[in-house]
Design a protein around this ligand. Sequence first.
Ligand code: GBH
Length: 548
Amino acid sequence: MALRRVLCFCIKRLHWTTTRAIWRSSFCSKIAFCFLLGLVVLSYRELIRAEQRYEKFVYREFQDPERDSFLYGTFPSNFSWGVATAAYQIEGAWNEDGKGPSIWDTFTHTPGRTYNNQTGDVTCDSYHRYEDDIAIMKEMGMKHYRFSIAWSRVFPDGTRNRINMAGVDYYHKLIDGLLAAGIQPMVTLYHWDLPQALQDMGGWDNDIMAVHFDNYADFCFNEYGSKVKLWITFNEPYVFTKVGLETGVHAPGLKHQGTTVYRAAHNVLKAHAKAWHTYNDRYRSTQKGKCGITLNCSWGQAATDSEEDKAAADRYMQFGFGWFAHPIFVNGDYPEVIKDKVMKKSLAQGLTTSRLPEFTEEEKQLLKGTSDFLGANYYTAVYVSAKERQAMPPGFFKDQDFMTTDDENWPTSGAGWMRPVPWGFRKFLNWINENFNKPVIYITENGVAEHSEDEPMFEDTWRIQYLTSHVNEMLKAYTLDGIDIRGYTYWSLMDNLEWAEGYASRFGLYYVDFKNPKRPRLPKESASVYAKVIRNNGFPEPASGMLW
Ligand code: GBH
């Protein structure tokens, strides 16, 4: 800024004397002068652009200098850096080589369900272009790749009655390619794409799903377990039960308020426990891998210091995260506050029992301790305040008695539902650490989007800021708070189908041109910044001579 002002001043002062001098000078000097002037103009433009880039980069507002200040430091040498994707969002080939339809195929093929009726029929075409994916990950120096298996590509009707060998081979080729490139596979078994044939039997509302899921998991452990050492049973059960069955914004698009959501979650928990025991009993000793679950929640910050708001914020976290983490990591049962709230509302609605199902003692014992690590996804934060909701009609959100707001001062992003709040990440990690017996944690997702139909935005300063500031908060959680974080996974490797929000919500480190049949993947600036963070294993002290 100061430089710009000095330049303006000089230009004004020299204006007349220079013009006169040029007018009188020889032809050669005129040419030389024009050349020099051109150079000055160009470097000035560069200077302004660099300044603008820098201004965008420093988006921490230092509302709280202590909280938001930058920490130099690195992670241990075995810390794992990765990127994530999910089958339906990137694979395409929705009906090729014997794949059965999933609830997402049905949903996106129903008009009016997704943005501009966009589907995952082709998307990034990773079913045919997975080698391109591996190549760009290798280029960034990635240590692990979190991807998901499409259940109905392996078991077309969801059951083990029929196995699709072409689908099975596809994941073998992908895994082998990753290992050859020195990238560890981290495999999610269920990232929302339930086989349609199982939905036709009632989907997660039917407790037979636990058996089918266990069969499918067993098959995958057996088939790929000699090569895959990190397994994730479910991705974000909070989201796919709530958004799929309560609000209906995602597949299968049901709006059964306040009922199905709890029963489905109950069956998902039982399915998770069954699969973990299968791994534990039959594969762990020979395969020596780990099996966990990925949970998510925004950070709920109490809107004020009042006891009511603090309790409401904790309730927000328990309903979002504790709902699944408490049974698995604490005592085999739901958090007391959920049991309490749903019971009270159910009675007020004239029911004789709670809408929240109960676990038997045996089920509790089977659930407790069924995760070797906790996968955590973090994107954003909200303010939470207490608000008593009426009992009728029933609803999952109304059971929770709070309201959420966000802060106008927080920067916005290309995804309407999220504002970047880096400090919320550290608080989120501390809350998990305190509430669930200090688990081993992998960050399995964290990322930001720009909104763009087709136009590439390679200078993605917002993503560079998001990534560096969130990794920095994670470094504080690791170094200053002593939380056992083993890895970080950016969402996402490349732009892909953002579920109901379609292709314009772009989370990728790589831009994908969805108009081009070859689906080229082109790096945004953030890709090289992430590569540098990976090379440096964090943010080394400038004094160490390694500037990041
Ligand atoms: C994750 O979900 C998913 O695991 C991943 O597949 C996804 O692409 C990524 O994040 C980016 O969104 O709540 O009705 O406004 C994060 C949680 C839940 C956030 C659904 C967006 C939109 C629908 N997501 N939500 S709604």
